[in-house]
Design a protein. Structure first.
Length: 260
């Protein structure tokens, strides 16, 4: 059996209980190199075979899985964050399907959630943004034509950019070409939830300069949008006393008291 497990964003306590238990009981662990906090590997059995996939090809990863399966062993494929985001898991699963090897996915806390927690940020503020676009800048790996950053940024929603920290100048250029104001707030979060995390608040107009000053060129998320400044938002209807829900009726304005 193969388990694709989300390691979480970095803090070793942010792996799920299920993921941690699978690590403890795995016979073979193939982890995603420096993107996975090595402290997580301390959960592994002393007898477990541990491999770093950063130096391996897909074929080499599959060879280890095939050998493990043939020996009746359990394999954990440990991916950073949540495996469903930029984890390249579908190609692995397709090959396992061909080989008749069973597998299961175990979700993890994505780094975009970890970054929001570090910033005490809410991505979906009423009257500011109700949509989050998770994407990346086109680099050596292309993106579909309609998903170019400038096209997506034109929607003026909250943007979370993965795999783009090494191209800050190009990111800034694309955002400005989409019509975003140079004053639009931006957060750069390097290694979200790790001990050496860095958080930088800047603007679209100062993005490239800020990244250079703080020496950030990899392993960082870029969050773009007015939610970063968390100002000028409206109160949620969910807890508004004048709003009726399935579980409570609205109150008369005269009966609404402010907290003392």
């Amino acid at each position: 059996m193969v388990y694709f497990v989300g390691a979480g964003p970095g803090d070793p306590e942010l792996i799920t209980v299920k993921g941690q238990n699978l690590l403890k009981n795995a016979d073979v662990v193939i982890y995603a190199g420096s993107l996975v906090n090595p402290e997580l590997l301390e959960n592994c059995s002393r007898c477990a075979e541990i491999y770093n996939s950063a130096t391996m090809t897909l074929e080499e990863v599959l060879a280890i899985i095939k050998k493990s399966e043939k020996s009746g062993k359990t394999t954990v494929r440990l991916h950073t964050g949540d495996p469903s985001l930029y984890g390249a898991i579908r190609e692995q699963m397709d090959e396992l399907d061909k080989l008749g090897i069973p597998y299961e996915s175990v979700p993890g806390v994505s780094s975009f959630c970890g970054a929001a927690a570090s910033l005490n940020l809410e991505y979906t503020l009423p009257d500011v943004s109700q949509t989050v676009i998770i994407t990346r800048l086109e680099g050596r790996t292309l993106v579909p034509e309609k998903e170019r950053l400038a096209s997506l940024a034109a929607h003026n929603t909250t943007l979370v950019l993965f795999l783009s920290a090494g191209m800050m100048g190009k990111v800034q250029e694309e955002l400005l070409s989409a019509g975003l104001s140079p004053h639009t707030p931006v957060a750069i979060v390097y290694k979200a939830t790790w001990k050496d995390e860095k958080r930088v608040i800047c603007t679209v107009g100062t993005l490239a300069e800020s990244a250079q000053v703080h020496e950030i060129s990899k392993t960082a998320l870029i969050i773009v949008g007015n939610v970063v400044s968390h100002s000028d938002y409206s109160r949620s209807k969910l807890y508004d006393p004048s709003f009726t829900t399935e579980f409570r009726k609205s109150l008369d304005n005269s009966k609404i008291r402010s907290p003392e």
